[in-house]
Design a protein around this ligand. Sequence first.
Ligand SMILES: Nc1ncnc2c1ncn2[C@@H]1O[C@H](COP(=O)(O)OP(=O)(O)O)[C@@H](O)[C@H]1O
Ligand SMILES: [Mg+2]
Length: 364
Amino acid sequence: MPEVNIQHLDKIYDGGVQAVYDFNLDIADGEFIVLVGPSGCGKSTTLRMVAGLEDISAGTLIIDGKDCTRLAPKDRDIAMVFQNYALYGHMTIYENMAFSLTLRKEKKEVIHRKVLAAAEILDLRTQLNKKPRQLSGGQRQRVAMGRAIVRNPKVFLFDEPLSNLDAKLRGSMRRELLLLHKKLNATMMYVTHDQTEALTLADRIVCMSMGHVQQIGKPIDLYEHPANTFVATFIGLPPMNMFEGKVEGNKFVCELFSYPLSQSQASALKEHDGKEVILGVRPENITRPGSVKLTVTNNENLGMNTLVHGKVGAQTVVCKFAEWCNYKPGDVVDIGFDEEMMHFFEKPVTDENGAIVEYGKSII
Ligand SMILES: Nc1ncnc2c1ncn2[C@@H]1O[C@H](COP(=O)(O)OP(=O)(O)O)[C@@H](O)[C@H]1O
Ligand SMILES: [Mg+2]
């Protein structure tokens, strides 16, 4: 039995804006699920429906076998951690962590035991008598997690908990979160707009855009086999290079170049012969030498590898080479594509204004 079973959730806000369409997901006990997508795609709305902070317009939410669709938040056995921590400034760290248990009128000894256990896990034992303002951002975030841990909920919900932290701290908090997840063996549902957080934290990623789930899978699945042009360009940094062109027999032809297809590529693309498709190649899957001329605009050394930004015709292309390069602006580099790592997509469907109605589905 899944710990959380979400069926056909819709959210239509007052005023008629539909924020979430037909969201379906089973979460296993102990699983770390990350909802990722750009701002406004419906991640928080989905999480808040699970938390009970937003009404569910349609669909069913079952937590640990119990129908929670219409239950009040306090009856759902969940705990939520927000981006802004929401700590009480006038209370000590101990009191902040004990707060929900005090409200529940738990025995003093029980509260004490639970707060100390959580403080131990979070390395906050020496901070318990301080006030939130005496703590660093990372420590405050840990207190917010401590408040959730003491309640021993069935499911932890996180809405962008690291977004207020600087880049270095975000990295270390990511590793702490992974350790915490291991220690607690808890079921977690985590929202972020940051694809790196999604790739590093998730057992499974739910990638969303425009209120719709675009793909659900393990990080490597989304990375290696993106279901459509949205997932292909959203997951992975720098993003996948996309070339609009056509299949012509055993060639991919676009305005900028013509590229040979292997026999297996040509046969997989047979139904698309003569039709428009999109070729996608990740920066790290660009090879040298090759038959495509790239004019370098910028050579960005990162130590172990180099990002080479350039143009093929009018189109910007990014390459990632696993060595230190010293290209100068204007240099021409002959590039090709790793055959095993070339992705082909259908063309996205657009409306009369050119806005995307449906992303281009993966072909191979
Ligand atoms: N209370 C609200 N009333 C009306 N529309 C809302 C409300 N909250 C969010 N929305 C809209 O719903 C969509 C999804 O928002 P949200 O779930 O917050 O996205 P995300 O968390 O992915 O950034 C957006 O278009 C947003 O403007
Ligand atoms: Mg949000």
